[in-house]
Design a protein around this ligand. Structure first.
Ligand code: IMP
Ligand code: MG
Length: 176
């Protein structure tokens, strides 16, 4: 078992998600956006965020996996499950757990842009900014975090810890 250090308590996540919901509700007034949750990591964030957005909106899911080790993104992304919705002319808000190198978001962004949405933005719970390797726009950020490998609130290490109600950092992460 890995040791996990508390980084962001559940109460702070809850408060921040409410703020993000308010901000998004203001920005999308009069629109009918579609939230596109990137599985699996963002499932809890999506569940809380959708309840904090007080305007009509839809949700859909896209599932991707990145090749490479479990703690480092290779930038090669595989689409496991596509959207069920045609997003042409729609206001699309992608919901991510974390933007790290930015490679996954760049891939998804380029993919979705070919479908001609009316607008395309991202809300990410976590932003590991100092690790960015590609310059890709990030619109809404819950928390900027340091370069640590984090788990909980949807994020996993080898499919574990997604159920933790807080964000924690793996203390003695072995890179594999
Ligand atoms: P990126 O392509 O490097 O931006 O990485 C994005 C994806 O890598 C995220 O959607 C996560 O699935 C995964 N990831 C990156 N950093 C972490 C972390 O600290 N904990 C868990 N997953 C992470
Ligand atoms: Mg993810």
């Amino acid at each position: 078992m890995e040791k996990i250090q508390l980084l962001i308590p559940g109460s702070k996540i809850k408060a921040r998600v409410r703020e993000l919901g308010r901000e998004i509700s203001l920005d999308y007034q009069g629109l009918n956006p579609i939230l596109v949750s990137i599985l699996k990591g963002s499932f809890l964030f999506l569940a809380d965020l959708t309840r904090a957005i007080h305007l009509p909106h839809q949700i859909d899911f896209i599932s991707v996996s990145s090749y490479g080790s479990s703690t480092h993104s290779s930038g090669v992304v595989r689409l496991l499950q596509d959207l069920g919705t045609n997003i042409e002319g729609r206001d699309v808000l992608v919901v991510e757990d974390i933007v790290d190198t930015g490679l996954t978001w760049r891939y998804i962004r380029n993919n979705l842009l070919t479908r001609n949405p009316s607008s395309l933005r991202i809300v990410t719970l976590l932003d590991k900014r100092e690790r960015r390797v590609v310059d890709v726009p990030v619109d809404y950020v819950g928390f900027v975090i340091p370069d640590r490998f984090v788990v909980g609130y949807g994020l996993d290490y080898q499919e574990r810890y997604r159920n933790l109600p807080y964000i924690g950092a793996l203390e003695d992460k072995r890179e594999i």
